[in-house]
Design a protein around this ligand. Structure first.
Ligand code: FE2
Length: 334
C-alpha cells in the first residue's frame, strides 16, 4: 500500500476495517484467534503497524497454564496490545497476572511472554520494529491469485519461517502470580507514569521513549466534552490515534469525520486537521512522534519555577518546536 488514505478506521465494523482476515486454528480445527491486519508498517522502524484480533477463550478442559503454551520473545519487535473486552492471564518474565479491559500490554524485545485467554478478548495490536507483519499483504495477494498455492503445506512452511524470523520460541514459563500493578508490562491509563493537567484535558504518559528504543512514545489524553484541539497547518509527521472511549469529531483536509469508541484515526503527513470532543473522550497517540514527555516535563517546570516566561507566546512556541509538538492550541468550553 503506497498511501493509506482511510482517515477513520472503525474496528467495530469488520467489513470495512478487516482488510486481511486470517484465522488461527489448532491442528484439530479449534479456532484460537480471528485476526486482521488493519494498517501496514511504514519506514525503517516498521511504525504505524496495526492488527485487530478476537482472541478466543481457551478450551474449558484446559487449565490456564496448559492454554498458555505459546511462549515466545521477539528479537527486535515491540508489541502493544489494548485489551478491550474479556479477560486473560499474561505470563511475562517469571510473573503471571490478570489482565482486564482498560489494561494495555507493552512488550519489549527479549521479554518472554505467553497468554491464556479466559474469555473472548478484543485485542488491538500496535507494533514497531516487528518485521514479521510485513508479509500479510503479499501472502494475501498469493491467496487471491492462487488459492491452491496458499493452501499448500510447502507454502505454509515457508510463510511460517519468513514470518517467524523475529521470534524466539521459549519453554512454558515457570512463574509467580502477582498483582497486576506489579507487572511492568501491564499499563493502565489510571496508573500513568506521569500526568499533566490542562483545562478540559488530562494527559497521561503510558509508555516512554526509552521503553521504545527511542522510536516513539505513547500518551493518553482524557478529554472533557467541549475540548477543541488544533494542530500546525501542515504537520510534519503522520499521526495515528486510537479512540478507546467517547466520541470525537476530527476535521481533516477540511472534511469532518466522526470517531467513536474503537476507531483508529489515520492522519497523513501534511494534512491540516483539528478535533473536537463531542463526549468525554479517551484518545491515545499511537504514532507517538512528538517528544511528549520531555515537552510536558519542561512545560511543567516553567509553569512551576518561572510562570512569567509563559506570558511571552514565543516561549511556548520554542518549546513546541524543540520537542516536535505540533498541537498548537487547546480550548475548552464546558
Ligand atoms: Fe509476541
Amino acid at each position: 500500500m503506497i498511501l493509506e488514505k482511510r482517515i477513520v478506521i472503525d474496528l467495530n465494523d469488520h467489513d470495512s476495517s478487516w482488510l486481511i482476515p486470517w484465522v488461527q486454528r489448532d491442528p484439530d480445527g479449534h479456532v484460537g484467534e480471528y485476526q486482521s491486519t488493519i494498517l501496514m508498517a511504514e519506514g525503517p522502524h516498521r511504525e504505524y503497524s496495526v492488527t485487530d484480533s478476537i482472541m478466543c477463550a481457551k478450551r474449558p478442559e484446559l487449565t490456564p497454564d496448559q492454554a498458555s503454551a505459546f511462549s515466545h520473545a521477539h528479537k527486535n519487535g515491540f508489541e502493544t496490545f489494548f485489551v478491550d473486552s474479556g479477560w486473560m492471564y499474561l505470563y511475562v518474565d517469571v510473573r503471571k497476572c490478570k489482565v482486564t479491559p482498560g489494561d494495555i500490554i507493552h512488550l519489549q524485545p527479549h521479554q518472554q511472554h505467553a497468554m491464556a485467554f479466559m474469555e473472548d478478548v478484543k485485542y488491538r495490536g500496535f507494533f514497531h520494529d516487528l518485521n514479521s507483519l510485513d508479509f500479510a499483504e503479499i501472502a494475501q495477494h498469493l491467496k487471491d491469485k492462487m488459492p491452491e498455492a496458499a493452501a499448500d503445506p510447502e507454502f505454509q512452511k515457508v510463510r511460517g519461517e519468513v514470518g517467524g524470523m523475529d521470534m524466539i520460541m521459549r519453554e512454558r514459563p515457570v512463574y509467580k502470580e502477582v498483582p497486576t500493578e506489579q507487572v511492568l508490562a501491564v499499563r493502565n491509563p489510571d496508573r500513568p507514569y506521569a500526568s499533566y493537567e490542562f483545562p478540559g484535558c488530562s494527559v497521561g504518559i503510558i509508555t516512554t521513549r526509552w521503553e521504545n528504543a527511542g522510536v516513539n512514545e505513547m500518551i493518553c489524553a482524557r478529554m472533557k466534552k467541549g475540548l477543541s484541539v488544533t494542530w500546525n497547518p501542515y504537520p510534519r509527521e503522520r499521526e495515528l490515534y486510537y479512540v478507546r472511549h467517547g466520541l470525537a469529531e476530527f476535521t481533516v483536509y477540511g472534511e469532518k469525520h466522526l470517531a467513536r469508541e474503537g476507531c483508529i484515526v489515520n492522519i497523513p503527513r501534511f494534512a491540516p486537521h483539528s478535533l473536537r470532543a463531542l463526549e468525554d473522550t479517551e484518545i491515545y497517540d499511537m504514532g507517538g512522534k512528538p517528544y511528549w514527555f520531555a515537552f510536558l516535563q519542561d512545560l511543567e517546570a516553567i509553569r512551576t519555577y518561572a510562570p512569567e516566561r509563559l506570558k511571552d507566546p514565543e516561549e511556548l512556541e520554542k518549546l513546541r518546536r524543540k520537542f516536535g509538538v505540533e498541537v498548537c492550541s487547546l480550548s475548552f468550553e464546558a
